[in-house]
Design a protein. Structure first.
Length: 274
């Protein structure tokens, strides 16, 4: 198994487990705000009692019959009902899955939350704008790629924290093959990343959310491609979390990032692969 998750502090894990046990004894699983990646069915996690719960912690508290709403970057796309939740014992025992009906092969985030998870919707912009092409080029040069081929794949404008000012998220990927594919090895000049741009005291700041950069060819590393898969309020506070989907040719990872007070914090991560 190849994942990009980090080990959880044992004390934090015990505290989160206690939260789940408390929820299990005092509330039905239908009350647990839960998030599932589609079409994989991987349980991203949950949020309750002011805490972010892991895939395993959320999965253990879930039962069948949970009602979900499906969201993409453009809005709600449907409804589904959850089935049995269980770990992927053969490949990724620490990652739980849940079947949803009707089944889908389309990418979406399934949410079981009582609030409106999309109070604001991202506006897609022209990916060829010179301002952002130059920003991507300068960033890549700073990562050691002397003459980058800039290929912006997403350019999204949205107010993440509800302060009335838009942030800009953009992803870029330069890999061989068809769009959406990840190669088994990296060539010089390959990259994939997601950047956040926002204004602080009248000045634009650019922050890397996640990504990989190959100034030199590498046969030993399996490149991931990165993209924004969701911009949703996962904890009901009115702010939008950033959901990043990254994949390589034998697996995938989903991370959830929180943006506030000009800083990024990773709050959830799941990964599964061969």
């Amino acid at each position: 198994m190849i994942t990009r998750s980090k080990h959880t502090n044992p004390l934090i894990a015990l505290a989160l487990l206690a939260t789940v046990l408390m929820l299990s004894s005092s509330a039905k699983s239908a009350d647990l705000p839960t998030f599932v990646d589609l079409p994989s069915g991987l349980i991203i996690g949950a949020h309750a009692g002011g805490k972010w719960l892991s895939s395993e912690q959320a999965g253990k508290a879930l039962g069948p019959g949970r009602k979900y709403r499906l969201f993409t970057l453009t809005g709600k796309t449907g409804d589904a009902v959850g089935g049995k939740a269980a770990p992927n014992a053969e490949v990724c025992p620490d990652v739980w899955e849940q079947t949803l009906q009707p089944a889908t092969e389309k990418s979406a985030i399934a949410l079981a939350v009582p609030w409106n998870p999309m109070p604001r919707t991202a506006k897609a912009s022209d990916k060829t704008q010179e301002l952002y092409v130059k920003a991507a080029r300068d960033f890549l040069v700073g990562k050691g790629i002397a003459k980058p081929v800039v290929k912006i794949t997403q350019l999204l404008r949205i107010d993440l924290d509800g302060d009335g000012a838009d942030e800009v998220l953009f992803s870029a990927t330069n890999y061989p093959g068809e769009p959406g594919e990840s190669p088994p090895s990296a060539a010089a000049g390959n990259y994939s990343f997601v950047l956040l741009r926002h204004v602080v005291d009248g000045k634009v700041q650019t922050k890397l959310i996640d990504g990989e950069f190959y100034a030199k060819a590498s046969q030993s590393q399996t490149p991931y491609r990165y993209e924004v898969s969701g911009l949703l309020d996962l904890d009901g506070d009115g702010r939008l979390e950033i959901i990043i989907y990254s994949a390589y040719y034998e697996g995938a990872t989903v991370t959830v990032w929180r943006f506030g007070e000009g800083k990024l914090h990773k709050v959830l991560e799941i990964g599964c692969g061969a």
